[in-house]
Design a protein around this ligand. Structure first.
Ligand code: ZN
Length: 159
């Protein structure tokens, strides 16, 4: 269930996604929250320079590996504006992070990219549960669907 606290963190992810788009990157943002509910780290997409591995979920997995012991990683939640791609899901699994809560699903994202005539990612995009067996995953959050869809429409208009 996406509850009020989840929605607050997911809204921050969407803000970060909007910041990324405004900076010439792609509209994705993520927040890492500890078991006590404290925001530990946040990041946004940074692929504008040409490195397409600069996804926020990957950055947060690396941050967690550097800063959190394994039990704290397992107890943490990663909130993200769009469901982890296959690369980021793998990083999440390798680092041993806990629950994922996403605002929009990969299925929604691929539908929007097709609708807008954008290139699909050069990966087979799988649901996170297929990449990381046993992971707790929640989403999408319908409250945020139109806002995120709007960010991708703006991305395409910006070229
Ligand atoms: Zn990714």
């Amino acid at each position: 269930m996406t509850d009020g606290t989840d929605l607050t963190h997911l809204r921050r992810c969407v803000e970060l996604a909007a910041e990324a788009l405004a900076a010439g990157d792609q509209p994705f943002g993520s927040v890492l929250v500890g078991a006590d509910g404290v925001v530990l780290a946040e990041d946004r997409n940074r692929v504008g320079g040409g490195d397409h591995t600069q996804h926020p979920e990957f950055a947060l997995a690396r941050w967690a590996a550097a800063h959190l012991p394994p039990d704290a990683r397992r107890a943490a939640t990663v909130y993200t504006s769009s469901e982890h791609c296959t690369m980021c899901a793998a990083a999440h699994g390798w680092v041993g992070l806990g629950r994922i809560s996403y605002a929009s699903s990969s299925e929604q994202l691929l539908g929007w990219l097709d609708e807008l005539g954008a290139d699909r990612p050069p990966l087979t995009i799988l649901p996170v549960q297929q990449v990381v067996p046993g992971i707790a995953v929640e989403g999408p959050a319908p409250e945020l669907t139109e806002e995120i869809h709007g960010l991708f429409r703006r991305m395409m208009r910006a070229g």
